[in-house]
Design a protein around this ligand. Structure first.
Ligand SMILES: CC(C)(COP(=O)(O)OP(=O)(O)OC[C@H]1O[C@@H](n2cnc3c(N)ncnc32)[C@H](O)[C@@H]1OP(=O)(O)O)[C@@H](O)C(=O)NCCC(=O)NCCS
Length: 172
């Protein structure tokens, strides 16, 4: 059974293992490269988990990491609209458990976290041509944004920015 665990700073070794596995498995899906991270010291890994207001999840099977995602708080969405924006980052699911809705669960968990954080918009960036991720994000209601994504190295175009408006939470 796949379980989801919210990570704290002390979980940085699990975060590091997952991130390096993701970069090695799916270099086509991420702008950064393993070489950018694999010499990182403990403090560098801890720093990501220490970002104020951030949310980090690991998917595990029998205590072994098989997936990850982050939710990061943001303040601007680049579209000129006011309101709070949160960002979904670093989604990865190990090939051994793909197609079993682990990606679904990780995205839904970040959406729930973003709503609880009173974000009005959830955004993400995806590399052009990453069809499995694009299909999954579209199924979750993300749409392409007019915001230009970051330029990719070697003239390979830009990241595609996708956004999802979050329904206002009900107040009692
Ligand atoms: C994208 C990813 C997270 C999906 O994880 P997952 O756990 O397999 O996803 P789920 O089981 O929840 O959902 C599967 C959905 O993914 C999409 N998908 C999976 N494989 C696909 C493929 N080969 N082609 C197109 N869509 C595909 C479909 O939308 C599918 O939904 P469907 O079964 O209704 O067609 C996983 O493939 C992955 O980690 N890829 C490498 C890293 C990556 O691309 N991360 C995103 C960075 S922006």
């Amino acid at each position: 059974m796949v379980t989801l665990q919210v990570l704290t700073t002390d979980d940085w070794p699990l975060w590091r293992a997952l991130r390096l596995a993701a970069l090695a498995d799916a270099p086509h899906a991420f702008k950064v490269r393993s070489a950018d991270w694999d010499r990182g010291e403990e403090q560098r890994w801890r720093a990501r988990l220490e970002l104020p207001g951030a949310y980090h999840l690991a998917a595990q099977v029998g205590g072994r990491g098989v997936g990850m995602v982050s939710g990061l708080p943001g303040t601007a969405d680049g579209s000129g609209r006011t309101g709070r924006t949160a960002e979904l980052r670093s989604l990865w699911v190990s090939p051994e458990v793909r197609g079993r809705r682990v990606g679904d669960r990780l995205i839904t968990a970040v959406e729930d976290w973003a709503r609880t954080s009173r974000a009005e918009l959830l955004k993400l960036a995806v590399l052009p041509g990453n069809e499995p991720a694009l299909a999954l994000y579209r199924r979750h209601g993300f749409v392409a944004s007019a915001e230009p994504g970051a330029l990719l190295p070697g003239g390979a175009g830009r990241e595609l920015v996708m956004v999802k408006a979050l329904a206002a939470s009900k107040c009692s």
